[in-house]
Design a binder for this molecule. Sequence first.
Ligand code: 13P
Length: 251
Amino acid sequence: MRKNIVAGNWKMNKTLQEGLALATELNESLAGVTPNCDVVIGTPFIHLASVAAAIDTNKIAVAAQNIADKDSGAFTGEVSAAMVKSTGASYVILGHSERREYYGETSETLNKKVTLALANGLTPIYCCGESLEIRNANTQNDFVKNQLDETIFNLSADDFSKLAIAYEPIWAIGTGVTASTAQAQDMLQFIRSIIAAKFGADIAQNTSILYGGSCNAKNAAELFSQPDIDGGLIGGASLKAADFKAIIDAF
Ligand code: 13P
């Protein structure tokens, strides 16, 4: 059976001290509790090792928000998959629309990043999702299919079965405009159907597919009640322990 996952994406927020305080508060709020989902927090690189050391990583997994598309070597400023893994992190968020839009990440780079993540034992949370323009033209399914075709659908079935997917429509990110439950369910059902066509029904049934975009404590329970929505990738509402815990509790 596929896992339910609630993953936070802190983006470029929190100093090291603030991040440690947030992670510790979340860790304490989960003491003695067995959540009905896997819990992941995606911190900036510099927080990874300290956060992983400060929390129970069996209960809260730690994610990076990016990795280099190279193994190692003279690539100033980059951080490799092996380095991320060595901090105690076990996930990496890849292909976020902010990285595609502001840092020019292409399908070609993302292919390499996904492959390196998997080769180093990190679980990718692979992001996809369309702009408002594409949604208004009603071509979102073709667009998302193309994003997957060019990247993770090139993987072997064995590798593909190790990752999770997050559908994040760009128009819902940080806007307070959540996709309707029907819009989110329809897209995730579509994604699962194209996984089934490519890799077979078993792998499709076992792939965790998350929704992201203005997901919060108020709308999480309804979103998570949908048959194809296996959790959320949470931005703003992951920056306060109580808000994030309330989303975890929505399962
Ligand atoms: P918000 O939850 O702030 O809309 O961000 C979603 C997101 O981009 C998570 O990766």
